[in-house]
Design a protein around this ligand. Structure first.
Ligand SMILES: Cc1ncc(COP(=O)(O)O)c(C=O)c1O
Length: 402
């Protein structure tokens, strides 16, 4: 399939000035159709959700359209979609609510390679319940989260396995189906941090036996909000803190206050834009088009990642830490004797945006044996092209004096 990266780039105003953005894992640049959709919602008649007036119907349509779009992105019509301020906020709120019926001595299993938003909420919720936290460290040689290490922490006492779909630090993609099946075999629930994965690969919840998955639209060219998609049966028994007059229905029970309609419309527009990355096929629905489009994104980014890796291998003193067999196009590197923050500053002088640190995965960085300051991260997004990769390599070479 031809992947029309030039068309996508033409839709992203921030790229017009020629800056190379390799900081997608921290947040992507926003395409025009996404900004336009948010503006349109704000400027159209808009009231609280309802059916009596056009303005109320507009709000209702935005919410329903958003829930359908997120379902399509994750290949499902059966799951409930909850909106939130961020993936972090959703994890904190839901962890507290889920753990309310955990008993002292019961257990939750977390992965230390995860972003802290999939560790701390469970640590605090477990502490409140008197439950025990069991940690799975990544293998420092391979940067993998081996299924055997997960298996070793699971038991009949495990209530939930919290695991990432992909690491935002080094790009590792654990074997989610195997991890989920293992947790299930112990009667545990599964919570997936899909924030990094959902931006780089198709995720089919119909085929993945997990209860909860969070993602952040601003990592996939959408606006700054968070989304939880969950099995309705997993949400139904939960009793979150809520206002007395607000509905008890799922998913609204978990959505506090008036919804940010413009962000929901922007998220729908981002998902529509992702779908448009696969050429239209007669009679095809958005769900299957999205599956093809996300496979095309994955292939495009994977090709660029290989070129980037080959180029990095030729630069003096550069060590790439991203080594997992399955990984996203997110490369963490260190350079002997160089502060990664100084590398970021040096690259900025060449109009290349990258980032440095441990990216809220400090426990994982320690487990991998990384320096305290972490590393330099190059992360590719759907709008990056070959010239971005070449310019980043040339710029890093110049900064290193190669
Ligand atoms: C893998 C991963 N999980 C969670 C988060 C937190 O997302 P949010 O900013 O929506 O809370 C991030 C943000 O960088 C991330 O990369």
């Amino acid at each position: 399939m031809t992947y029309d990266v030039a068309r996508l780039r033409s839709l992203v105003p921030a790229l017009a000035a020629g800056t190379v953005f390799l900081d997608g894992p921290g947040g992507t640049q926003t395409p025009l159709p996404v900004a336009d959709a948010m503006r349109a919602v704000l400027l159209a008649p808009l009231s609280n959700r309802g059916s009596a007036t056009a303005s109320a119907r507009n709000a209702e349509a935005v919410v329903q359209g958003f829930r359908r779009a997120v379902g399509d992105l994750f290949g499902t019509t059966d799951h409930a979609v909850v909106t939130g301020r961020s993936a972090t906020q959703l994890a904190f709120d839901l962890a507290r609510t889920i753990a309310a019926d955990w008993a002292p001595g019961e257990e939750v299993v977390v992965s230390t390679l995860d972003h802290d938003s999939n560790v701390r909420p469970w640590v605090l919720a477990a502490a409140a319940a008197g439950a025990v936290v069991r940690r799975v460290d990544p293998d420092p040689e391979t940067t993998e989260i081996p299924v055997e290490r997960i298996a070793a922490q699971l038991s009949g006492r495990t209530r939930l396995l919290a695991i990432t779909g992909a690491s935002n630090l080094v790009g590792t993609r654990p074997d989610l189906p195997a991890a989920a099946a293992l947790a299930r075999s112990h009667g545990a629930q599964v919570w997936v941090d899909g924030v990094h994965l959902a931006a780089h690969a198709p995720v089919h919840l119909g085929e993945l036996d997990v209860d909860f998955l969070v993602c952040s639209p601003y990592k996939l060219m959408g606006p700054h909000c968070g989304v939880l998609i969950a099995r309705p049966e997993a949400l139904e028994p939960l009793r979150p803190a809520k206002l007395a007059p607000s509905t008890d229905a799922v998913p609204e029970r978990f959505e506090l206050g008036t919804l940010p309609y413009e962000l929901l419309a922007g998220t729908t527009a981002a998902i529509d834009l992702l779908a448009s990355l696969a050429p239209a096929q007669e009679g095809e629905d958005r769900r299957s088009r999205l599956a093809r489009a996300m496979s095309a994104v994955e292939e495009h980014e994977d090709g660029l990642r290989r070129i980037l890796e080959r180029g990095l291998a030729g630069l003096p003193g550069v060590r790439v830490h991203s080594r997992a067999a399955r990984r996203t196009p997110t490369l963490l590197l260190t350079v002997e004797g160089c502060d990664p923050q100084q590398l970021v500053a040096g690259l900025a002088e060449h109009d290349v945006v990258a980032s440095a640190g441990t990216f809220y995965a400090a426990e994982g960085a320690r487990a991998l044996g990384l320096p305290v300051g972490g590393g330099l991260r190059f992360g590719l997004a759907p709008y990056n092209d070959r010239s971005d990769v070449d310019r980043a390599l040339t710029a890093l070479g110049a900064v290193l004096g190669a």
